[in-house]
Write a protein that binds this ligand. Structure first.
Ligand code: AMP
Length: 345
């Protein structure tokens, strides 16, 4: 590991949304393009994380491939030695380090994780798995095996990043310098910039985030939506009765969201797009512009997705998993020596 490492995973158990695309997928791909010469960029498919809550296992293989294809369709270079695209479970060191770290992690600190509390409250005791409980330990292993310094984390993952830092420091204090400690949250925010704060809102209820877990799907645009149907969702998006287009997320959340979506789709700044439509009274005309852009984007994206060759994906997996196993294996061996599982030389 000669270069500093940026690491990120994107779980795709469900259909991804336009929010996932602009909030996670595209920033990752852009990062890979812009930073790969100075950094090693690790992108992984977190397959081991995918059944901490119950899933349909007959779909998992297809979802793993879909997940990788999405990266490719979004423009990820698959032939650069600075970019690793790997499946977590193909690098067994993730599971092995997790077990070791488990033995140095407290039941109390895991129980305090907000995501755990939220998800387990919804599931009920009998359905809460031990995997859901110690998911942050696996996430720490994902990071620490590669000495990753920068990890783009959404709001819900911040506490887990803090834990990865804590366990790294704890192990280093006990056994000497084993791990690179990931950068603190404020450095992460600085490094990844404003993209982290992006929030595309639900079209039907623009006061909440567009989310793939929405049951009705009415306010959500999925990347696999029929483009014409997606355009209809834009046309029926909730707006307001002010009859004047303006970017004002508090007073006009629906219109502001559409301005944001339009800016992202056309690659213009929010300011430029707002300036063009500000004061427009007929929301229908404005929505039509956004709907057409959404339709165009989805048609193009789906065409690229269908054109991705599985052979190319498998070749990228193979190359990356070899490199990742070697790097992760070195870290794991150091840890195994430190805890007495392997002889010191
Ligand atoms: P989730 O689908 O909630 O697991 O989110 C995965 C990642 O996608 C998040 O960490 C965000 O970076 C991004 N994301 C999800 N929904 C949105 C949204 N509505 N707007 C912007 N980014 C989003």
């Amino acid at each position: 590991m000669t270069k500093p490492v940026i690491l990120t995973g994107l779980r795709a158990n469900n259909n991804l949304t336009l929010g996932n695309y602009f909030g996670a997928l595209l920033p990752i791909v852009e990062l890979a393009h812009s930073r790969a010469s100075e950094y090693q960029v690790n992108l992984f498919v977190p397959d081991l994380h995918s059944f901490t809550t119950p899933i349909d296992h007959s779909q998992l293989q297809a979802q793993i491939m879909h997940n990788a294809r999405l990266f490719a369709a979004a423009g990820l270079p698959l032939d650069s030695s600075d970019i690793l695209l790997y499946r977590q479970s193909y690098v067994p060191a993730h599971s092995e380090l997790t077990w070791i770290l488990d033995c140095f992690s407290g039941v109390g600190e895991m129980g305090r994780m907000i995501e755990y509390k939220d998800k387990s409250a919804k599931l009920g005791d009998d359905r809460v798995s031990v995997g859901l409980f110690n998911y942050p330990v696996l996430m720490a292993a994902d990071i620490l095996l590669y000495g990753a310094e920068y990890i783009p984390v959404g709001e819900d993952q911040r506490q887990h990043l803090e834990f990865a830092r804590d366990i790294a420091e704890r192990m280093n204090a006990k056994f000497g310098e084993l791990f690179t400690v990931p950068r603190p949250l404020k450095d992460q925010v600085e490094f990844f910039g404003k993209g982290q704060a992006l929030r595309i809102m639900d079209l039907a209820d623009p006061t909440r985030k567009m989310s793939k877990s929405d049951d009705t799907g009415k306010g959500v645009i999925f990347l696999t939506d029929d483009p014409a149907e997606a355009a209809k969702k834009i046309m029926s998006a909730t707006t307001d009765d002010k009859a004047s287009v303006n970017y004002d997320p508090k007073e006009q959340p629906g219109i502001s969201n559409l301005l944001q979506i339009l800016a992202l789709l056309t690659g213009e700044t929010l300011g430029d797009v707002t300036e063009r439509y500000i004061g427009q009274e007929r929301y229908g005309d404005f929505k039509k512009v956004v709907a057409e852009e959404v339709q165009k984007f989805l048609s193009g994206f789906q065409e690229r997705l269908n054109a991705v060759s599985d052979d190319v994906i498998y070749a990228a997996f193979e190359r990356s998993e070899r490199a990742a196993s070697e790097q992760a294996g070195q870290t794991l061996y150091k840890v195994q020596q430190a805890v007495g599982l392997r002889p010191e030389v």
